[in-house]
Design a protein around this ligand. Structure first.
Ligand SMILES: Cc1ncc(COP(=O)(O)O)c(C=O)c1O
Length: 388
């Protein structure tokens, strides 16, 4: 099996990287926005090069082989059988959230989310003038769980649940039982589910992602799942995602809306890169997941031994660690950004329940993790925090 060099530090300067060109990245280690610092699988680069060798980039359609690769990936990886007619390629997951909200809901409609949650969920609701009903996740003994009584109260007044599964930033991979309870509530209150499963391939050893629409055909009928190779294979700017729904009526309404605004054409390079990723990216992804889990375990050990006032939430999925810093004497941005020179994201960006937490992207070579830990440890000592 080919071994990928994930320890390699790749200079991202002059690549218009949002992560690295942030003004604070000049003085901080950039560990914020969710892309990886690893080179993508060689086959993806080769596919793009091969396509570039043909000197005509005229109007084109997506080949069946792309859909076949997507379907096969989800069958093998997650045990779910998607049908080609249920799959609607789109630009990005975030753009799909807006399209779905604008198509199926009205300004002022209540939309349930769980807080803390991916910043853009809040922004999407604000931009589309929908009302967020935020159900707080409960951090009990350093693990998040769903407050089902509260979620039920939100569902009873909502049209849509915008779900994040696995959950960014809580790091949870929802269990079968949790998903079943959500599905039962959605059925009782006739709530549409937008299942943002963009992180579903980023699962740590010992956990398993369960696609929400695999819970049964009634549940699948009220669900639009959002998927993308962009998080999985580090192709954030490739510009391709997928909306998947077996609800024929919803699928045709979405296709009609896309036609109305001429929103269908896909970039020729996105198509070949995404196909190559699903066809050849498995070994790369498996190695990346093992590596990220190694980063997580190292951070967890160092925090436990040397910085016990900072608690790391168990990383079940995603590559975004969520640190509970509520016991630190300093505010989180001051601790990480001004003193330790690490640029992650202040937890309060993810909702009021995120205050006192900090999110860090650990999809980066081990040397950066060691540098991050050294910066944190020095700051921790200077803060006069208690050592174990
Ligand atoms: C839950 C979630 N949804 C969507 C996105 C962004 O997706 P896209 O780049 O396809 O718009 C992210 C990026 O971090 C995310 O965490």
């Amino acid at each position: 099996m080919k071994q990928y060099d994930l320890d390699r530090i790749i200079d991202r300067e002059n690549t218009q990287s949002i992560k690295f060109d942030h003004e604070k990245s000049q003085c901080c280690l950039p560990m914020w926005i969710a892309d990886m610092d690893f080179a993508v699988a060689d086959e993806i680069v080769e596919a793009a090069k091969k396509r570039a060798e043909h000197p005509i980039f005229g109007y084109s359609y997506l080949p069946d082989a792309l859909f076949d690769a997507f379907i096969r990936w989800h069958r093998i990886r997650h045990g779910i059988e998607y049908r080609k007619e249920d799959i609607i390629p789109y630009y990005s997951v975030v753009a799909a959230i807006d399209l779905i909200l604008n198509t199926f809901t009205q300004p002022g409609d209540n939309i349930t989310i769980m807080s803390p949650v991916y910043v853009y969920f809040w922004e999407a609701l604000k931009e589309t003038q929908r009302t967020a009903l935020a159900s707080p996740l409960i951090n009990h003994d350093n693990r998040y769980s769903i407050d089902f009584d509260n979620l039920e109260a939100c569902f009873s007044r909502s049209k849509v649940f915008l779900m994040c599964s696995p959950h960014n930033p809580a790091g949870r991979v929802w269990t079968h039982e949790e998903l079943e309870r959500i599905a039962a509530l959605a059925e009782r209150y006739d709530v549409m589910i937008i299942a943002d499963e963009i992180h579903s391939d980023l699962i740590m050893p010992g956990y398993r992602h369960i696609p929400f629409s695999s819970l049964g055909s009634k549940t699948a009928d009220r669900t639009i799942t959002l998927l993308s190779s962009t998080k999985t294979f580090n192709l954030a700017q490739a510009g391709m995602s997928f909306m998947v729904t077996q609800n024929r009526q919803w699928a045709s309404i979405l296709r009609r809306e896309m036609c109305r605004f001429h929103l269908g054409a896909q970039n020729v390079f996105a198509a070949v890169m995404v196909q190559a990723a699903y066809e050849h990216g498995e070994d790369w992804l498996n190695q990346v997941l093992t590596y990220i889990n190694g980063n997580y375990l190292l951070i967890r050990d160092v925090l436990t031994q040397k910085m016990p006032e900072i608690k790391i939430l168990p990383l079940e999925g995603t590559y975004l660690i969520w640190l509970d810093c509520r016991n630190l004497p300093a505010c989180v941005t001051d601790f990480f950004e001004n003193q330790a020179h690490i640029l992650g994201e202040d937890g309060s960006l993810f909702g009021p329940e995120g205050a006192g937490y900090y999110r860090i992207n650990i999809a980066t070579p081990r040397r950066n993790i060691e540098k991050m830990l050294a910066g944190m440890e020095e700051t921790y000592r200077k803060c006069g925090c208690r050592r174990s």
